[in-house]
Design a binder for this molecule. Structure first.
Ligand code: SF4
Length: 291
């Protein structure tokens, strides 16, 4: 019978049945440490075995796995107490009794155009541009037929003028094609227009039509978190979270209140907590420095 090479001997059934070196345990309980000691570095298989081992409640059992940090953060957030929300609403109402949009407009279309222009731009700057713009383009059909270069030149000072001109042209083309040149009165129809998002649509609904709409801009997002009304960061999710805690008839004015308070007191970098009338009802979430 020809002699087998060492590799063939390992493959043979007889060799398979031979007890492995690690299986010859003399003392119960010593196998695992020996096996680990034989390994020069902890392999993935050892880690897997450790995590798969059933959790023992008795002696020698492993501690339960720790909760993921993300879950802990979500679990920490508690919905605001209705009494505190009502107190905040009352304070804001007394602080800003005349709150309204700072954009100048005479028709829903003009507010729609002004809101598109106000992205990444101050309301004052937009108000300087719009009188000449609305005189040159009196309705949606005129905007839809506008020369792009002329429109861009007129709105250039508001920044991002190419994108804004494109949004105005496509939005007004949609208005003429689908709504007879009129601005629709529903969130769905407004957001279906090119260049119109939820924020712009809610501004138009609340200020031009008196239909409740919760506008979430950078101020509203920041203050909603600092005031402990939500812990979310996505504007659409914040909008829905605030809709749950603020009464529907106050959605529009609540946005104005937070925007004004965010500009005057609860500014982004160093909120003026020492002079803030809301301080007594504000948990100041994530505020590390204030003045
Ligand atoms: S107390 Fe401070 S963090 Fe809270 S709303 Fe006022 S300025 Fe903002």
């Amino acid at each position: 019978m020809p002699r087998k090479s060492p590799r063939e001997r390992r493959r043979s059934p007889a060799a398979k049945s031979l007890p492995a070196r690690r299986r010859s345990r003399s003392t119960p309980g010593t196998t695992r440490p020996v096996a680990r000691a034989a390994s020069t570095r902890p392999g993935r298989h050892l880690k897997k075995r450790a995590t798969r081992r059933p959790l023992a409640s008795g002696k020698g059992g492993r501690k339960p796995a720790r909760t993921a940090p993300r879950s802990r953060a979500r679990a920490r957030f508690r919905a605001p107490e209705p009494a505190r929300v009502l107190a905040l609403l009352g304070q804001l109402e007394r602080l800003y009794p005349d709150a309204t949009t700072a954009l100048d407009f005479g028709t829903p279309l003009q507010l729609l155009i002004a809101t598109i222009l106000s992205a990444q731009c101050t309301d004052d700057r937009v108000n300087k541009v719009t009188p000449a713009l609305f005189a040159r383009f009196p309705d949606a059909a005129a905007f839809a037929a506008a020369d792009r270069a002329e429109l861009e030149a007129m709105i250039r000072s508001t920044g991002f003028y190419r994108n804004k001109a494109r949004a105005i042209l496509s939005c007004c083309t949609d208005l003429v094609a689908h709504h007879g040149g009129e601005v629709p009165r529903t969130l769905e129809a407004l957001t279906a227009l090119h260049g119109v998002g939820r924020k712009t649509a809610n501004v138009v609904l609340g200020n031009a039509f008196g239909i409740p709409g919760l506008v979430v801009d950078t101020h509203v997002s920041r203050l909603a978190r600092r005031l402990g009304l939500t812990d979310l960061t996505d504007p659409v999710k914040i909008e829905f979270a605030l809709m749950d805690v603020v009464p529907r008839e106050r959605w529009s004015i609540f946005s104005h209140w937070l925007i004004l308070h965010g500009r005057r007191v609860c500014v982004a970098r160093k909120p003026r907590c020492s002079i803030c009338p809301l301080a007594v009802n504000c948990p100041r979430v994530s505020v590390t420095t204030s003045q």
